[in-house]
Design a protein around this ligand. Structure first.
Ligand SMILES: Nc1ncnc2c1ncn2[C@@H]1O[C@H](COP(=O)(O)OP(=O)(O)OP(=O)(O)O)[C@@H](O)[C@H]1O
Ligand SMILES: Nc1ncnc2c1ncn2[C@@H]1O[C@H](COP(=O)(O)OP(=O)(O)OP(=O)(O)O)[C@@H](O)[C@H]1O
Ligand SMILES: [Mg+2]
Ligand SMILES: [Mg+2]
Lengths: 180, 165, 165, 180
């Protein structure tokens, strides 16, 4: 199978709906300046596959929802003394929700949409072709495609590559155990 | 349980050396380095640990802690690709894995990806180095749209440019 | 004890913002970002903690965990340079601190070093990126002498080449 | 003051005596391919200033002594089954010692040689202008030049820069405390 494209809606630094297609390319490279949102895109891929927020540089799912005011629409001045309690105001309307969906073509050539939604209260839902499913149904379908979220052997986060070589013998056994 | 574990271990153990050689071969060392896995407990391996050893070309040490930053990155990638060869996931996402690599290693990694990328093995690679992203089939450029206070993405299919080096 | 600590804190706290601005100024954001230190216990600061906040240009968040890899590296360097300004050590040794930086940030860092390097503030910087080492006064090239199985070093004074960019 | 040059003798990957001069350059850049020995040079600088071996990617001082046979002089074949117990043989003669010396010009323009020796049994000595001194005498002289080994605020090891920004409030207080 292969990943055809992604839709990010209010996910991290991506405001509103952003469609990103990989087309028929087998090797896609993502480039951009520091802080532009490259690792956030990888977080979106990891999130839609079922990874929990602590592996996405966040403490909870709400952190993953886009926060930010469009420059110029509100009075920016009162932002300067922004502290944590103001965060809600800062995001403008605190009631945003967010989702990431991935269009995936299975090895039999069928297109499936995996979607994971974050509600404004921080709870997440899993959907396959828009139909609500449980987390284990979701990850079972991914397992059929050899996408093993527990092993994470196909995702290398920024700054982690050297740790993989130096990981302990126990960790390596765990990975092989999950895979086999 | 033992059978499954052993099957995985044997497969990965056989492929790690070839992959490592492919990632470390150069004009100076046409054979590349060598890499292998050992079990700390032969009889019940899933209770023990698996040790990974790699020796860059022209070097003789096998302990991981003596390797340099770049040497470790290459060893790690070889291990990941070897694990993948046993039960291939459909795609890989790599975030600046080339940060510690010198130009020669970046080129070897890029060539390995170009050679192994296929409809059943898709690579999505975040990189700041042009000698890596130039070799991709397609580029996704991420930028910050200041007015909207948001990240944006544009996609460019490089295969349309016939003179792609 | 309190007086000494406070004197150091005040000095560093005053200089961190200017240094951070110098490392983040660009055509798009001529003012650069902003950075500051806060104390978790005002009355006996050496018992509490010091929090470091930085906000890259065009961004609004101040928590460190939301910064990207490159944004964190720049913030860290600003902090180090600010600490140095209080009690200057005679030299700095930096090992591939530019690994996560894009070209624009590498150039800003290189310019900062060129501007601040002096007989009393010596920089020794390990880097794989030519946009950094091209700006040095002198280069130390390290290579492996295969026959002797040893590292070797050659030094090159770049100031002899008049067309140094 | 400033660092004029270094002499590495059998230190890590540097076999025999290697002289490295910084001349009058205020900004020196070190370049080289992966695994060539750049970080080992930084380890040499850190070592001669008094840093312990655990911050030099080593478990003990003996690890810092050059190990290796000159290719072609001995029979290399028996190397292939090298394991930990063979290490002594591998280093050829196990009785090597090593040292790093730094030529430093103080702020008053006087040249001082700081030298740290590793004996083949793993013990280290501190010498100033070849005269044996205690560790505290050695570090006191460095302190006079504002070289504060405990704070390490002027050394950034490979891969550590991002951690500096994210260090805890407590760690930051420690550094400021040492400095003040
Ligand atoms: N929930 C959120 N809402 C809005 N912006 C966010 C949110 N979470 C993170 N960000 C922003 O995302 C930016 C970081 O993006 P990211 O880590 O993807 O950068 P990057 O392109 O990977 O950069 P680098 O090349 O430095 O690694 C931060 O500046 C942060 O302010
Ligand atoms: N005691 C020793 N004797 C001989 N060689 C050693 C010793 N200790 C380490 N080495 C060698 O030093 C090499 C690592 O050198 P170093 O970490 O300085 O590389 P580097 O130039 O920093 O590379 P990178 O650019 O990848 O960071 C290893 O390959 C290791 O084999
Ligand atoms: Mg990133
Ligand atoms: Mg290094």
């Amino acid at each position: 199978g292969r990943l055809i494209g992604l839709n990010l809606y209010n996910f991290k630094s991506y405001r509103g709906l952003n469609r990103i297609g990989f087309g028929s390319a087998n090797f896609t490279s993502i480039m951009g300046t520091n802080g532009s949102g490259k690792s956030n895109l990888m977080d979106a891929i990891s999130f839609v596959l079922g990874l929990q927020s602590n592996s996405l540089r966040s403490t909870n799912a709400k952190d993953l929802i886009y926060r930010g005011r469009v420059a110029g629409t509100d009075n920016d001045d009162d932002d300067d003394d922004m502290d944590n309690s103001d965060k809600e105001n800062y995001s403008g309307d605190g009631s945003r929700n967010a989702y990431v969906s991935a269009i995936y073509e299975t090895s039999e050539g069928e297109q499936v949409q995996f979607k994971r939604v974050i509600n404004s209260n921080g709870s997440t839902e899993y959907r396959i072709n828009e139909k609500l499913v449980t987390m284990s149904e979701y990850s079972d379908l991914l397992k059929d495609e050899n996408i093993l979220i527990k092993a994470k052997n196909f995702l290398v986060f920024q700054g982690e590559v050297e740790k993989i070589a130096a990981q302990s013998a126990k960790e390596l056994t765990n990975i092989i155990e999950i895979i086999s | 349980r033992f059978r499954l574990f052993d099957e995985a271990f044997q497969h990965i153990s056989k492929s790690i050396d070839n992959i490592y050689k492919e990632l470390t071969k150069s004009k100076v060392s046409p054979l590349g380095g060598s890499a292998y896995l050992t079990l700390s407990q032969e009889d019940e391996p899933y209770l023990g640990g698996i040790n990974f050893h790699s020796m860059p070309p022209t070097k003789r040490f096998r302990e991981m802690n003596l390797l340099s930053g770049g040497e470790k990155s290459i060893a790690a990638l070889a291990l990941l690709f070897a694990i993948h060869s046993y039960k291939p996931s459909p795609f890989f996402v790599l975030d600046e894995v080339d940060a510690a690599l010198d130009n020669a290693n970046v080129n070897r990694l890029a060539n390995y990806i170009v050679k192994n990328a296929s409809p059943t093995f898709q690579f999505i690679v975040i990189s700041l180095k042009n000698s890596l992203f130039e070799k991709a089939d397609a580029l996704v450029g991420i930028y910050r749209e200041q007015r909207l206070n948001s990240s944006k993405a544009v996609t460019l299919d490089l295969r349309n440019f016939s003179d792609k080096e």
